[in-house]
Structures are given as structure tokens and as C-alpha cells.
Design a protein around this ligand. Structure first.
Ligand SMILES: [Zn+2]
Length: 383
């Protein structure tokens, strides 16, 4: 696993609808490794095919093997500038989930149109009516070149660095879902030579504000009319929960807050996890949030999910740790390196041929048959 690349990617500024820098880094990485890709009409990246035409051909092949679509998103909750209140005070609106306490005085980063970043401090904050997340704030900016249009600025919470390692953990301003994007790219880099027809990655925009990029792609790319079976595989970082703990392996995600995923697909994933990771994986419904598999489910595409347990989800100080400003205050997200390696292994396992996508329960039926054989005489005695 290219850890240097992961750290580079995690340091890049992103926010809903402002994924351009992440997208550019990914494109450079893909070109470097000769992995084909194209940008769809909405700026989502489709990795593994070089054009929309090639994509449609792939979807129209009468193959038995399902096309695995690994889906991850390039954005993270953040703010957009709305207007200058004074020469150094910027009014911003926040998009996506946020911390809700200890906000005033916290540090932020701001991305400038010239590709650089600067810093600032949050001087006032407005939460939504239910007081669950930030909707508006005032930022005092440190160094802003003259005459920058407020609306071109975007940013998020800042910590001592955009990314750093501590033991087996990575702390960052945004693991969600740049980690998912990283795994998808690593996977495609690895398999593009020998398995070009079974895997593609869809790296989307504006997930944090309602899966907007993903919905745009699903409803207009022709995947709903595909001639071959599809499996949507959401690659996410998800709020850590009991039974989905950091460092104990990736999670076979059975569902999210909105949906239960494909029973057959999830069973295949479970079997792959048993084989590839032995006991070093976890399995549960991750209902701390939603993910793009829900878009798949709603469009009747068999969908499954793999999650990396995420500390301080959406920069909320839920687990605390270094640089956390207090409970439910701004905090860096963190993930375990071994969980990321586990996710990559699971993805590779999902690409093996002849996995029982249509009927993964044959062994289970045999087992049930044994139960019946043993118990049936007792059933008969009662009648
Ligand atoms: Zn996410």
C-alpha cells in the first residue's frame, strides 16, 4: 500500500462541490500508473475505463460475472464563503455534518483560488434549529490576498497539520471519504492489468449533502439498463460504534441508517472476509450515518458496503484524542492503517471469479438439512 500517497491525498483541501483538487491529484496518480479513467458530465471520476463509450460497452456485455462498482466520495463536510463582512471577516455557510460545541475560537483552513491555503479563526457560529450542526459562521481570516471573491473560498476545521501519523493511527482533517477514494485507486492500480473487465471505481462529488454526484451518475449513465449484473460496493469511513472498533479490521457493512443492503451480496462479502481476513474483520449495520449504497438500493442495484471505523466522525469530538477541543467540539478524524489494508484485501477478494453472487447459501442449506435430519423424528412423534 502506497502510504505516502495516502498521506498526500488526506492533506488535500476538499468540501462538497469543491472536490477539484482531490480529483486532480487522483487523475495525476492514475495517469502515472496508466489506469484509464474519464470524468462524467457531473465531474465524478469513473476509473477503469477510458471513455463514456468504453463504459457503455462494458455495461452492455452479456457477462455472467457482475461488474463490481467500487463507490467512494471525494468530498468532506466543509464551508463555502458567502460574503465579506469586512476586509478580514468572511461569512460562510457550512455543508454537511459538523461539531456543535467549543466552536468559537477554533482554527480553520481556507483554500484560495490560486491553489494555496491560508488559515483563520471561527469568531461566531450559528447552529440549525435542532442544534445538531453548524449552518453559518463568521471567520476571521489571517492572510487573504486583495480582492478575492468570497464565493470562491472554501474550507474546514484545521488542526496542527492536515495529516499526521501516530503509531498505527492516521489523524487528519478529513478521512471521510478520502480513505475510500484511496482504496479504490489502489485497487484499480493493482488489478487493471489482469482483471480489466470486472472492476471499476466511481469517485463521486457532494455526497455529504445528499449523495448528489452519485445520484446524478446512477440516473444518467446507463447503469440501470446494464446488460450484465452489477454490484455496487460502497467504500466508506463510518462513525465507530460498539462492534465496529478502530483497529479491529474493516467492517462488512450490512446496512446504513437508511437501508439494509443486498442479503446475497453481503453474504458473499462475509465469506470473502472469512477467507481473506480470518477473524480480523467486523460485521454489523453501521447506522451512525448513510452511504452511497443507499443510492444503489433505491435504484434496485444489488449493493453492499465496506466501512473503515472512523474516530471523531465529521470532526466531532466523539472519541477525543490529540487536538480535540472538547466533547462534541472540533477534532481531527482518525483511522487505523491496518483497517485500510484490510479493506483493500476485501476488495481484491471480491474480484475473484465464480463467487456465488446468486446463491451464497448452499453450505448453509446443507447445514440446515442436517438440523432437519436430526430433529425431524421428534417432530413426527408429536403428531
Ligand atoms: Zn462519507
Amino acid at each position: 500500500m502506497n502510504q505516502t500517497g495516502l498521506l498526500q491525498l488526506l492533506a488535500i483541501p476538499t468540501a462538497p462541490y469543491r472536490e477539484e483538487r482531490v480529483s486532480q491529484w487522483i487523475q495525476t496518480e492514475l495517469r502515472k500508473h496508466q489506469v484509464p479513467y474519464f470524468c462524467d458530465t457531473f465531474g465524478n471520476l469513473v476509473v477503469g475505463v477510458s471513455s463514456e463509450q468504453e463504459y457503455r460497452i462494458l455495461l452492455s456485455q452479456p457477462e455472467k460475472e457482475p461488474l463490481r462498482m467500487f463507490v467512494a466520495h471525494m468530498d468532506h463536510p466543509g464551508f463555502h464563503g458567502t460574503r465579506w463582512k469586512s476586509s478580514s471577516q468572511l461569512e460562510v455557510k457550512w455543508l454537511g455534518g459538523t461539531p456543535r460545541k467549543h466552536l468559537v475560537g477554533s482554527a480553520v483552513w481556507l483554500a484560495l483560488p490560486d491553489g494555496t491555503t491560508t488559515s483563520g479563526t471561527l469568531v461566531s457560529a450559528t447552529l440549525d434549529r435542532n442544534k445538531t450542526h453548524l449552518v453559518k459562521a463568521m471567520i476571521r481570516c489571517d492572510l487573504i490576498p486583495e480582492k478575492v471573491d468570497a464565493k470562491q473560498l472554501f474550507g474546514g476545521f484545521a488542526f496542527k497539520a492536515p495529516v499526521w501519523k501516530k503509531g498505527s493511527l492516521i489523524y487528519t482533517k478529513a478521512a471521510d471519504d478520502l480513505v475510500g477514494c484511496f482504496v479504490a485507486i489502489e485497487l484499480l492500480k493493482k488489478v487493471i492489468e489482469d482483471r480489466p473487465r470486472r472492476a471499476i471505481a466511481l469517485l463521486t462529488r457532494a455526497e455529504e449533502v445528499g449523495f448528489v454526484g452519485c445520484i446524478a451518475h446512477v440516473t444518467s449513465s446507463g447503469i440501470q439498463e446494464a446488460k450484465r449484473p452489477l454490484v455496487f460496493v460502497s467504500l466508506e469511513t463510518s462513525r465507530t460504534l460498539p462492534g465496529a472498533e478502530i483497529g479491529k479490521g474493516p467492517v462488512v457493512r450490512l446496512g446504513d441508517r437508511a437501508s439494509i443492503f443486498s442479503a446475497a451480496g453481503s453474504e458473499v462479502l462475509h465469506q470473502v472476509a472469512e477467507k481473506k481476513l480470518k477473524k480480523k474483520y467486523q460485521r454489523r449495520i453501521m447506522d451512525g450515518g448513510t452511504c452511497e449504497a443507499t443510492v444503489g438500493v433505491a435504484h434496485r442495484i444489488p449493493s453492499i458496503g465496506i466501512s473503515i471505523p472512523l474516530g471523531n466522525y465529521h470532526n466531532q469530538g466523539l472519541q477525543g484524542g490529540p487536538e480535540c477541543r472538547g466533547e462534541l467540539g472540533p477534532a481531527p478524524e482518525f483511522v487505523s492503517i491496518s483497517d485500510i489494508q484490510g479493506m483493500l484485501k476485501l476488495c481484491e477478494g471480491l474480484l475473484e471469479v465464480n463467487l456465488p453472487w446468486e446463491d451464497p447459501w448452499e453450505n448453509r442449506r446443507q447445514q440446515l438439512g442436517k438440523y432437519l435430519k436430526e430433529g425431524k423424528p421428534l417432530l413426527e412423534r408429536f403428531s
